[in-house]
Ligand binder design. Structure first.
Ligand code: SAH
Length: 347
């Protein structure tokens, strides 16, 4: 028998599916039915599309595959956090995390296998980038975590953060397509306001997000507002000077009127001095923002360590004095290596 390469059915738009059925001499609305199974019900097997005839299901089977993800291992932290090691259709693995609080269930999803960037304090950066995720692979992580949230916490997912593995703005098109599906009433129907894209800071792409009218929240991993220090701990940023980053953030705010979150870790001997605090304050005055001080999660190389609480307090006091909103974000899921910067496929 002639072998044909089957196409991933989820790379087809709704219109493509309608056309497919018309070309087969069937009704176009069959495409709508399949679309609902794929994107609203997240079915990974044609056999489960029970409102289609056997012949139609067989037809789909001969033409298409569904490249779904599969949870390979699930770990639960003492604090309730769940980390999934997720196997992709080609055998590669990414991680995604469900972070429950008293009111919210937040999904932390990956956008790349490994990462394009080279932040020296991050475990994922050590993996290098193997490939970008497809939109459906990002979408599947969200659906998986939504189901886990319903199962373990009796409520649907409330928020999504692109803070898993990878740099979302280096896989921009797929991230946007996934968000389209996540927010579409025909699929998950979540509000884009509950989705945060976290970037290490790629100015050109931040401007593009603004131009494209993305309604998500923007977080920037700043960690230092002093060029020389930032270049040292996030070497890729040599190509993106802070001035350029500032410009792009002003552009984003101008277009979206949406306040930016800066993520910031205070490390001993790196940014624990008053010059760093002053620089951060100056940076914050540029565009409406808030600062999240995140706890450092050691990645086992002993290169960085969290500054003492007194230094964090000094940051908080100085920022609050200038009326800049600052929050301290406690780490979650540390005991299972699910916290920020710890995702690295140890499993
Ligand atoms: N590439 C994106 C998203 C992934 S990282 C970004 O950089 O924003 C999510 C957050 O974890 C970022 O703010 C990142 O700087 C931070 N992070 C990385 N390694 C960390 C570590 N070891 N401890 C604490 N935060 C870390």
């Amino acid at each position: 028998m002639e072998s044909t390469v089957k196409k991933d059915i989820r790379s087809l738009s709704k219109e493509d599916l309608r056309t497919f059925f018309e070309d087969q001499g069937d009704k176009a609305f069959r495409g709508d039915q399949v679309y609902t199974w794929l994107w609203q019900k997240s079915v990974y097997d044609f056999a489960e599309m029970t409102n289609l005839s056997k012949a139609t299901r067989a037809l789909l089977e001969t033409h298409f595959i569904i490249n779904n993800i599969a949870v390979e291992t699930m770990q639960r932290s003492q604090d309730g956090t769940i980390k999934n090691a997720v196997r992709l259709h080609d055998g590669l693995v990414v991680e995604s995390v469900l972070i429950p609080t008293s009111k919210r269930s937040t999904a932390c999803v990956s956008s790349q296998v490994g990462c394009s960037l080279d932040c020296t304090f991050c475990a994922t950066a050590k993996l290098k980038r193997m490939r970008n995720l497809n939109p459906d692979e990002i979408f599947d992580q969200v659906v998986t975590i939504d189901r886990q949230s319903k199962l373990y916490f009796n409520r649907p997912l409330s928020n999504i953060v692109f803070m898993g593995m990878g740099e979302p703005l280096m896989n921009y098109n797929a991230v946007v397509k996934a968000i389209d599906k996540i927010t579409s009433p025909e699929a998950l129907g979540m509000s884009p306001k509950r989705i945060t894209i976290s970037t290490s800071g790629v100015p050109k792409m931040i401007k593009k997000m603004a131009d494209d009218g993305l309604k998500c929240q923007l977080a920037v991993s700043l960690h230092s507002a002093i060029e020389e220090i930032r270049n040292r701990i996030m070497p890729f940023s040599k190509s993106f000077p802070l001035e350029e980053l500032k410009d792009s953030l002003a552009y984003w705010y101008e277009k979206t009127k949406s306040r930016i979150t800066y993520e910031y870790v205070v490390w001993k001997g790196i940014n624990d001095d008053t010059a760093s605090i002053d620089a951060l304050i100056r940076f914050c005055k540029h565009v409406p923002c808030k600062v999240n001080l995140i706890e450092y999660n050691p990645i086992g190389d002993g290169m960085f360590s969290q500054a003492p609480a007194a230094v964090t307090d000094a940051y908080i006091q100085a920022l609050e004095k200038e009326r800049i909103v600052v929050k301290v974000r406690r780490s979650r899921g540390k005991d299972i290596d699910a916290a920020c910067g710890q995702l690295a496929n140890k499993s």
